[in-house]
Design a protein around this ligand. Structure first.
Ligand SMILES: Cc1cc2nc3c(=O)[nH]c(=O)nc-3n(C[C@H](O)[C@H](O)[C@H](O)COP(=O)(O)OP(=O)(O)OC[C@H]3O[C@@H](n4cnc5c(N)ncnc54)[C@H](O)[C@@H]3O)c2cc1C
Length: 627
């Protein structure tokens, strides 16, 4: 029996597992994905990747590639109700195409828009691309045909048994993440229950019919709900040559249903049934998202969601994005324990909200029919991590529903900067402190910023300072002159609500108690191990490589910075060239190995309440400029 060691073992190579692997790899953390299937399968599941998931994929440098593989932006997303066959259309519900949405998104700059429209991409198209990107990411190993059969958490890690066709492997991992879908083995071994709604199963088929889309009468659509003798739903897939057919369990064979529905508009009807099966419909939520800080659940393993048009895939991708940087922080040595416990506190309520919204959407879908995920955008963007232990809480009640807000816990609203670049593209990787004009003039602000930078340096976490001069941003971020943004672009703290001690704030948002932080600082004599971080240089190389291969664009109007690698971005150069004094402080986090060798002179700056020398120089120079 083979034995191997890996920092993170991921069970399941679906959207959650592969997104987690790519993100971990880009953050320099080695991981292995094992999936029981021999290869990603061609089964119709999700055909829409929501806007928030696409924003996450954009951060990973792959949104352009995914969009290019999906349904062209100008294709109709209308939903049609028909009587008996596609020939008799009763009603058409008009919805904007992706291109229409993009045009609006480029024009509106009030924080209400996502940075990415949804992509209409079949899950069976998405998964092989994610697999390819994961396999090309340094530090990531992907093995299909490898099933996790059991594991035990003990001795500060996990020992897992993985079965392949030829052998049984033992994998020792520091962390195990169950991204193994609705019937999760990881969840079963933990003994975690799921609760919610189970609906009668349906039959489904994937049908190849290359001529049908061209012959659809009365303008095309993406979904056809057929009422009458053969009630069913026909959904156009991303290449417009395949169709998903959903029908109740009882009735004639699906091929007969398809012929009755499509034969009326396309004769002769050449088609092939590529896949036929049943799928249980359920919307369930796990009681817990893991156990003892070593084993976690993400995606359908945590919230089995198998209704069409729901948010299962988007929620799975966002789970992965939330967990990845926290695991990387712990493994990299700068994250505190509360970061890992915050995963369930942040993500479980979001899944509960998505399930409620999906149920409501299913109820509405009958009359009038809605396209997949219509009306769910609010849920996709409206959530806030308000109960999180690593978010600095605000007084009062957060605004209800989806409104652009910097309320701590919210995703930072997207803003186009004056030069046409999105502010989001300047963020991520580490924490960023946004500073609005006027902040430097505040009596305490320069001291606070300097102390906060020193405190982050003391934790070993990266903090960049970004000067935001854009009028649009100021309007949306109204009145809050300092906003602390996390690596996943959620707001961790903003000024105006509270002015915590800088060290307290740095400790809180990085998941440490003050006591732990003191111990951490005391350990800087050289005894700390750097963990499994594979090296920042490799991370930069990898980002560069992925960006080169899968250059992101918005088709039609690529803002200049999207065509550049972040390292080549003039904004980024400003950081490096003009802000050496601060980079000396915050850049220490990027030099993890140095941290353990070199005594950290700046750590002495950061005694609470102590003034740091040289503030004036620091604040004359913006660190990054987001005007
Ligand atoms: C018909 C249908 C339509 C849907 N439509 C939408 C939609 O429009 N929008 C939307 O957002 N969502 C939709 N969903 C839901 C979406 O498909 C899921 O939420 C999404 O696939 C979840 O991704 P995941 O990675 O968590 O899990 P999965 O995609 O289920 O991946 C789990 C992986 O784990 C592997 N695995 C399982 N057990 C093991 C093991 N023991 N060891 C190793 N590997 C294992 C499996 O082989 C699989 O590859 C739909 C689902 C269905 C069924």
């Amino acid at each position: 029996m083979d034995t191997s060691d890996i920092p993170v073992l991921i069970a399941g190579g679906g959207p959650a597992g592969l997104t987690l692997a790519i993100t971990l790899g880009q953050l320099g953390v080695e991981c292995e994905v094992v999936d029981a299937r021999p290869a990603p399968s061609r089964v119709p599941r999700a055909e829409r990747c929501g806007s928030r998931a696409m924003e996450i994929f954009r951060q990973l440098g792959i949104s352009g590639r995914l969009r290019a593989a999906g349904l062209p932006g100008e294709a109709s997303l209308d939903v049609v109700t028909c009587a008996g066959s596609l020939a008799r259309q009763l009603e058409r519900h008009r919805y904007p195409s992706v291109s229409d949405m993009l045009a609006t998104m480029l024009d509106v700059n009030d924080g209400t828009m996502p940075l990415e429209p949804p992509a209409i991409i079949s899950q069976y198209t998405l998964e092989p691309i994610l697999r390819e990107v994961a396999e090309a990411t340094a530090g990531v190993t992907v093995r299909f045909g490898a099933e996790l059969i059991d594991y035990a958490a003990a001795g500060g890690g996990v020992t897992a048994m993985v079965h392949t066709s030829s052998r049984l492997r033992t994998i020792r991992a520091d962390y195990l993440v169950g991204c193994d879908g609705a019937d999760s083995t990881v969840r079963r071994v933990l003994g975690i229950e799921v609760r919610g709604e189970i609906r009668p199963p349906e039959r489904q088929a994937l049908i190849y019919c290359p001529d049908l889309y061209e012959r659809l009468p009365g303008g095309r659509a993406i979904e056809y709900h057929i009422v009458g003798e053969h009630p069913c739903t026909l959904i156009v897939q991303d290449d417009t040559q395949h169709f998903a057919l959903h029908a109740p369990m009882s009735g004639p064979p699906l091929a007969t249903v398809f012929e009755a529905v499509a034969g009326a508009v396309a004769q002769p009807l050449g088609y092939k049934v590529v896949h036929e099966g049943e799928w249980p419909q359920h919307l369930l939520l796990a009681d817990r998202y893991g156990n003892d800080g070593r084993v976690f659940l993400a995606g359908d393993a945590a919230h089995p969601a198998s209704t069409p048009g729901g948010l299962g895939l988007s929620t799975a991708v966002a789970d992965a994005a939330d967990l990845a940087w926290k695991l990387a922080a712990i493994i990299g040595g700068w994250g505190g324990p509360a970061l890992l416990s915050s995963y369930e506190a942040e993500r479980r309520p979001v899944a509960a909200q998505a399930i409620t919204a999906s149920l409501a959407s299913l109820a509405r879908a009958a009359d009038p029919p809605e396209p997949s995920a219509a009306g769910l955008t609010e849920v996709e963007f409206g959530y806030r991590y308000t109960g999180s232990p690593v978010i600095s809480a605000s007084r009062g009640t957060p605004p209800a529903g989806f409104q652009p807000t910097t309320w701590p816990g919210a995703r930072l609203p997207h803003i186009w900067l004056d030069d046409g670049n999105p502010l989001h593209d300047l963020l991520g990787g580490g924490y960023t402190l946004l500073r609005m004009p006027g902040a430097a003039a505040d009596r305490d602000s320069p001291w606070f910023v300097r102390e906060l930078a020193a405190a982050f340096g003391r934790v070993g976490a990266r903090l960049d300072l970004l000067e935001v001069t854009s009028a649009a941003a100021q309007a949306v971020y109204a009145g809050h002159r300092l906003i602390l943004v996390r690596p996943d672009l959620h707001v961790a703290w903003r000024s105006g609500d509270s002015q915590p001690d800088p060290l307290d704030l740095a400790a809180l948002v990085t998941g440490h108690s003050l006591d732990e932080l003191r111990k951490l600082t005391a350990a800087y004599g050289g005894s700390r191990q750097p963990g499994h971080v594979a090296g920042q240089q490799r991370v930069a190389d990898e980002r560069h490589r992925v960006d080169e291969r899968v250059r992101d664009d918005h088709r039609g109007r690529p803002p200049p910075a999207q065509e550049q690698h972040r390292e080549d971005d003039p904004h980024h150069r400003i950081t490096r060239e003009a802000a050496e004094p601060l980079v000396e402080v915050v850049g220490a986090a990027q030099r993890g190995a140095d941290r353990d060798r070199v005594p950290r002179a700046h750590a002495e700056f950061s005694q609470p309440g102590q003034q740091v020398p040289g503030d004036e120089d620091l604040f004359e120079q913006p660190v990054l400029q987001g005007g």
